[in-house]
Design a protein. Structure first.
Length: 309
């Protein structure tokens, strides 16, 4: 991507802002994550509203005004070197029309998060800034592997990852080069038709999701197809599809990569010939390996399957 800007590598002693741009979070849920930042030699700086709760049909981490103020502080404060979301949930879309990047442009910062944070990362990419689609500081019931965090710290230090992925029967062979876009499918779908949506032309698209009914998954895929997304992309990477469908009926409900969800995806892209990689370890799963949104990416699907930045 032309003019894509990568934030500078971090060094020990740098300050990392911790914010809650969407759902509320409990203090004990961040203890391990904050301790990890300190153990790596960074100084976590908590936003004023990290633990705020505002109930308005959902438990948000503060009012819209408070969360807007928080993200703008984190993005623009000169002493901050990176911004790590405490969690996702719902609420990041509220912020999009109000995010200020005037001082951020003078000192770009890595934004780290996933799930609802997909919309912030789309916003940053529209402004030519790379970001890291990776585990938040709050871990969910399925936990997170130590390597998932370790790889984020590698990226913060300037190292780009290369992944080798296990074969999958639904894969479509081929190679593709393009900048990576995507994240949580529900949020990609929610941004379609808006000025904040990803530009999919000649990109490699990544998708993952959690707790969607199978018909809702199909509806989102149909919408991407009707919007021309599958005609534009050069490759597709599918990550976790977790807690899908009805727990009573789906024996795969706890699986990281739901088999029936994967079948639905394969059906909906059956008329397209781009290389497709199923089973990438990123999403609402224990092994949540980081991806760099916006980065030039080489996708290879065949006898060996690799994703290289």
């Amino acid at each position: 991507m032309k003019d894509l800007i990568f934030p500078k590598s971090l060094k020990k002693g740098d300050k990392i802002a911790v914010i809650s741009p969407a759902g509320s979070v409990e203090e004990p849920q961040l203890e391990e994550g904050l301790q990890l930042l300190e153990a790596k030699g960074y100084e976590p700086v908590l936003g004023q509203h990290v633990y705020t709760k505002f109930n308005h049909g959902y438990s948000y981490a503060g009012t819209e005004k408070e969360r807007i103020q928080e993200i703008n502080w984190a993005f623009n404060a000169p002493e901050i070197s990176a911004v790590w979301a405490s969690r996702g949930g719902y609420g990041c879309q509220h912020l999009l029309r109000h995010i200020e990047l005037s001082d951020f442009k003078k000192k770009p910062k890595w934004h780290i998060g996933y799930s609802d944070n997909t919309v912030i990362q789309s916003f940053l990419l529209k402004n030519n800034f790379a970001s890291i689609h990776a585990q938040t500081l709050k871990t969910s019931s399925f936990g997170v592997s130590a390597e998932s965090y370790e790889l984020v710290f590698d990226i913060l230090k300037g190292k780009k990852p290369t992944y080798r992925v296990e074969p999958h029967q639904l894969n479509k062979k081929g190679t593709a080069d393009g900048n990576l876009v995507g994240g949580n499918l529900a949020l990609i779908y929610a941004l379609l038709g808006t000025s904040y949506s990803f530009n999919f032309k000649d990109k490699i698209l990544f998708i993952e999701d959690i707790a969607e009914s199978f018909y809702a998954l199909d509806r989102m895929l149909i919408s991407l197809d009707l919007a021309g997304v599958f005609r534009e992309i050069k490759g597709l990477i599918i990550g976790g599809m977790t807690n899908m469908g009805d727990e009573k009926d789906n024996t795969n409900h706890a699986a990281s990569f739901d088999e029936f969800a994967y079948e639905i995806i394969a059906e909906r892209i059956s008329n397209y010939n781009f290389p497709t990689l199923f089973g990438f370890p990123n999403g609402h799963i224990f092994d949540n390996k980081p991806l760099i949104i916006g980065a030039a990416t080489k996708l290879k699907v065949g006898e060996t399957n690799t994703v290289e930045f």
